[in-house]
Design a protein around this ligand. Sequence first.
Ligand code: UGA
Length: 472
Amino acid sequence: MSDAIQIAVIGSGYVGLVAAVCFAEMGHQVVCVDNDESKVAALQAGDPQIHELYLNDLLARHRNTNIRFTTNLAHATLAAQAIFIAVGTPQSENGDADLSYVEAVACEIARSLTSYKVIVEKSTVPVYTNEWIRRAIERNGVDHLLFDVVSNPEFLREGSAVTDFLHPDRIVIGADHPRAADLLSRIYAPLTSGLYYQQPTAIVGPCSAAQTPPLLLTSTKSAEIIKHASNAFLAMKISFINAVSNLCEAAEANVEQVARGIGLDSRIGPRFLRPGIGYGGSCFPKDVAAFRAVAHQLGTDFGILSEVEKINLQQKKRFLNKVRSALWTLRGKRIGVLGLAFKGETDDIRESPAIDLIHMLLAEGCTIVAYDPAAMSRAAAAIPATPNLTYAADSYAAADAADALLILTDWREFATLDLPRLKQSLRYPIVIDGRNLFDPETMTQQGFTYFSIGRSPAYPATKPKPHANSVL
Ligand code: UGA
C-alpha cells in the first residue's frame, strides 16, 4: 500500500487494540503489548474479548503476519519506529486523570531506548502530559535527541470503533518537531492518500479515495486539548438536549421535533441531540471531570462543565420519578428491563446509566428481570447477586408478567420488537422508554400506555386521558 512502519502499541484496551489491528490493516508491522497475560494469550488465539464489528475478521486476517501480541514491552519497542501509549487514564478521586499507568510505561520505554523513536500519546490525557512524558524519559537518562513525544488523539466510538478508526472525520497530529510529524503522517498515509480505500478488502465507510480524511497538524498541547474539548462538547450537547427535553415535558411539546428543528441548522448539526437517561461509558463522564479539573488547575473557571454533569445526574433521577409516577408505588413491582450496556451495539457497562437505574430500582424494592443482547454476563459480574434481579433469555421473557417494561439502552433490535407479542407478555401494557425508540402514536395504537423522554405520556385510544397530575 505504502511504506510499512514498525509500530508498538502499549495497552490492548479498546483504543489500543482497535488502533493496533487497524494499523495492521493499513499495512504496518505492529506489536501490541499488554501486561495481562491471560488477555495476551486470548489475543494470540484470535479472541479480541470485546464485542466490536469487524474486529474478529481483521484479527484473523492479520494475526501472526502484520500483528503480534506480547507481554514483553522492552522487546516490542526495540524494533519499533513509533510507540503508541494506549493505557488507561482512569478518573482519580478528585476528578482529574490518573496518569500513573502512562508514567510507568514512559519509564519502561526509557529503559529500552537505544535508537530514535517517536512516542505517541494515544490515551486521552490532559494538556501538559506530553511534557511530563518527555521529562520522565529524560530523567531516566535518555538524551532528548533520541526521541520525540507527540499527541495523536483517538476519536473512535465503541460499537463502530473499526469503521471510525479507518474512516475518521479528521486525524489530529500534535507534534512540535517536523521529523515526528513526518513519521506520523507516513503512518496515516494509507488513509490520507486514499490508497487504503482502493483495496478490494477495505472496510467500507464514509471515506473513499475521492474523499480522504483531513490531517490536522497542531502543537502537542493543542492536540491534547482538542481531545478533551471534543468529548466535553459532545457531552454538553447531550446534556443540553436533555435539559430541553425536560422543558418540552413541562410545556407539553415534543423534544424529537425540537431536536430536528435545531439540528437542521448546519451550524448545530443533528448528531448527539438524542435525549435519554444521560450519557455514560468509559469516556464522557471521566473526560468531562478531567477537563474541568485541568482547567481549574490552570486557573480557568469552566463552570459549564459542572452544569453538564449535574444535568446528566438529574436525568437518571428524573427517569426514576417517571417510573414512579407511572406505577405509583415501586416496592414489590415486577419490572422488565431492556438494556444494560451504556449504549447500543456494545457489551460495555462502564458508567452505564442503565446499571445506575437498576441499582436505584433495586433500592426501591422492585424485582427486575433484565435482558441485554451482549452485556448480561458483564452486568451479572458487576452487580451483587440478589434474588430480586434475574436475567432473561430475550426481550419477551424480560417482559413476561411484568408490571411495566423499561427501555434503558438504544439497541437497534429493541426498536424492531414485535409489539403485539410484547403486549401479550406484559402484565400491564406499560412501556417507559428512556431512549425514545418508539413513536408514541404507534404505541398507543398497539394498546400501550407509553412514557418517553421529552414527549407527553401517550395513552391507548380506548382509555380516557387522566386528569392533570394523575398519570394512569
Ligand atoms: C465517545 C466519543 O463519541 C468518541 O468520539 C470518543 O473517541 C470516545 O468517547 C473516547 O473518548 O474514547 P463512546 O463513549 O464510545 O465515544 O460513545 P458515544 O457514542 O459517544 O456515546 C456516549 C454516551 O452518550 C452513551 O451513553 C450514549 O448513549 C450517550 N448519547 C450519545 C446520548 O445520550 N445521546 C446522543 O445523542 C448521543
